[in-house]
Design a protein around this ligand. Structure first.
Ligand code: AGP
Length: 621
């Protein structure tokens, strides 16, 4: 899950490359590097361990001029984070260099074959094997780079997005992709070309982009039209798109971290997500309705679906659990929720009438992408719920809905979760209404209440200072247990994941009633227990679970509905959230958990936006 950037044109490449890497740093940040061909045709490669700022600072005294270059920020897969293993990697001949995002699965075999041909290796990476393999064919075919890249990629098994430069011909760059994302930006009059793992580093220079598809190779020279071929060197028509990313959303807006900004963005994002989809008539509730264009395309297949399978990973999988409850409750259609990474290898039963809902913030998660490709092979309909506009999962899906929460930079997903739950609500309401499984009354009343959630989210955010104060009491904890029931059970899982990701404290989310079947053995005065105990049909049951913990001296922090005096008498700490109906509770109850995790991590002095060992979009297996 690395970030790659490339530039070729008339401008000095170095500042463009460094700025691009910093915008992609959420994809990986354990080492970075840049390669630039200087005006006198020298290939200068600089690499450092750690963040992009280290690379920038270390190059301050180095020669970095040149109008063509490639750069990389790394999330190590093969070879520990170090200068030696950082990208770009150059070939033994020194003729070519490349940056790579992905994994070459058969690199060991290829490496042995290259060693037998006299190649030597400086790093432990799979990527260096690829550049040597390209060099092997480059030397054999009379130095035709694009042919050498094609030939080499035909030998490769795995995932890749690469940009390759050639020392003796600085007038072009060659790029290719399979499974890992790659975007090519086209400057005015084709004078400049930009390459990046996603469009965010490109949009300040141009809105005209080409999203490379699997098996496509771009051979790019300034002043010429972009040339795209496939692995058999056959020309492919170039599909140029206009991207519309609001750059202002890429800044922290005065917040200390992107994560906190994105938590505070949620009321606005929810309105953006419902705009043009949720219609409320304050004068006549009977006119409340939902419009989802995604349903129009495949209405028949969606309405006659007997079986829905949700595939996702991480936070998106937690949203999927809530989606299952909503669709089964409102549409009476059987829903399964699968970890995409398991689903893709479990030889699952997929019927052609099945509908696969793929949930992904980035739209680039490799396991989810592979899961939907498997589903399509079985003829199932793929419905994408995605944030990344133009992303691979969006383009691979038959139909779908964008959650429209804007770029999410913080590695720990927050606004995407509430955006995904909002879209799943709109889908369940619309489908339930169409099939008649949902009563007209429940349909219009839920729509009414949904329109009030953004304001209620604002109310929850007002608790931020209180949550900050009480979070400082928990930084000592080595373990946490999050407990909830019904719609709050997946929220408990999500709260635990947020804490794990950014505070490095072990935490588990559990259905509250499951606790007495084991986890209750963990309860003691040191173990903070977070209960999601809002008013809903299982309220009394949760109270008894809480009593079980209290009688074993557990420390309870409870998320409760406003003015709940009963739980105040049981729990050590309570955070009150506005009342709402069961199905909408997760949109409010998750926010205190996001803030709790955030403040515990800040109190521990940790890098909240770029937690260790993680990356924002997992584009490898
Ligand atoms: C969540 O905070 C994590 N960043 C991670 O679990 C994430 O949800 C998972 O990798 C799935 O990503 P996606 O939604 O982009 O597919």
């Amino acid at each position: 899950m690395c970030g790659i950037v490339g530039y070729i044109g008339k401008k000095n490449a170095f500042p463009i490359l460094i700025k691009g890497l910093q915008q992609l740093e959420y994809r990986g940040y354990d080492s970075a590097g840049v390669a630039i061909i200087s005006d006198d045709n020298n290939l200068n490669i600089y690499k450092t361990k750690g963040k992009v700022s280290n690379l920038r600072d270390s190059c301050a005294t180095k020669y970095t001029d040149g109008v063509v270059g490639i750069a990389h920020t790394r999330w190590a897969t093969h070879g520990e984070p170090s200068e030696r293993n950082a990208h770009p990697h150059a070939s033994m001949s020194g003729d070519i260099a490349l940056v790579h995002n992905g994994i070459i699965e058969n690199y060991m075999l290829l490496k042995e074959q290259l060693i037998a041909k006299g190649y030597e290796f400086k790093s432990c990476t799979d990527t260096e094997v690829l550049v040597q393999l390209i060099d092997y064919y480059y030397q054999k075919n009379g130095h035709v780079l694009v042919k050498a890249v094609c030939r080499a990629l035909n030998d490769v098994i795995g995932a890749y997005a690469i940009v390759v430069l050639e020392k003796s011909n600085p007038g072009h760059l060659v790029a290719a992709r399979k499974s890992s994302p790659l975007v090519v930006g086209i400057g005015e009059n084709n004078a400049d070309y930009y390459f990046a793992s996603d469009a965010s580093p490109i949009v300040e220079y141009t809105k005209r982009v080409v999203y490379l598809d699997d098996g496509q190779i771009a051979n790019i020279s300034p002043g010429k039209e972009p040339e795209i071929i496939n692995l058999n060197e056959k020309s492919i028509e170039v599909d140029i798109k206009e991207v519309d990313i609001d750059i202002s959303k890429l800044s922290k807006d005065g917040f200390e971290h992107f994560m906190l900004k994105e938590i505070y963005d949620q009321p606005i994002c929810m309105n953006d997500c419902m705009r043009g989809r949720l219609f409320v008539d304050d004068n006549n509730i009977a006119n409340n309705h939902i419009v989802l264009s995604a349903l129009n395309n495949f209405k028949d297949r969606l309405l006659r679906a007997k079986h829905i399978i949700i595939v996702a990973c991480g936070t998106s999988w937690h949203a999927g659990l809530i989606g299952k409850m909503l669709i089964e409750k409102m549409c009476r259609i059987r829903v399964e929720v699968e970890y995409a990474s398991e689903f893709r290898y479990s030889n699952p039963v997929i019927e052609k009438d099945d509908v696969i809902i793929a949930i992904s913030q980035s739209g680039e998660t490799a396991d989810t992408l592979a899961a939907i490709q498997l589903a399509k092979e079985h003829g199932a309909l793929v419905f994408g719920i995605v944030n990344g506009v133009g992303s691979s999962i969006a383009r691979e899906s038959d139909t779908g809905i964008y959650i429209h929460v804007g770029p999410e930079i913080g590695v720990a997903s927050t606004k995407a979760f509430t955006g995904q739950v909002t879209v799943l609500l709109l889908l369940a309401l619309a489908l339930g209404h169409e099939t008649g499984a949902l009563s007209e009354q429940e349909y219009i009343e839920t729509i009414d209440e949904l329109s009030r959630i953004p304001a209620k989210m604002q109310e929850v955010l007002k608790q931020d200072n209180k949550i900050k104060r009480l979070s400082e009491r928990f930084t000592f904890a080595g373990n946490f247990l999050y407990l909830g029931r019904g719609f709050n059970y997946p929220v408990a899982m999500e709260g635990a994941l947020k804490l794990k990701e950014i505070s490095y404290i072990h935490a588990e989310g559990y259905p509250a009633a499951e606790m007495k079947h084991g986890p209750i053995a963990l309860v003691d005065a040191e173990m903070p227990i977070v209960f999601l105990a809002t008013h809903h049909k299982l309220y009394e049951k949760v109270i008894s679970n809480m009593q079980e913990v209290k009688s074993r001296n557990g420390k309870i922090l409870a998320i409760v509905s406003e003015s709940d005096e009963l739980i105040k008498s049981i729990a050590d700490e309570v955070i009150e959230i506005p009342h709402t109906i069961d199905a909408l509770v997760p949109l409010l109850s998750v926010i205190p958990l996001q803030l709790l995790a955030y403040h515990v991590a800040v109190a521990k002095g940790l890098n909240v936006d770029m937690p260790r060992n993680l990356a924002k979009s997992v584009t490898v297996e």
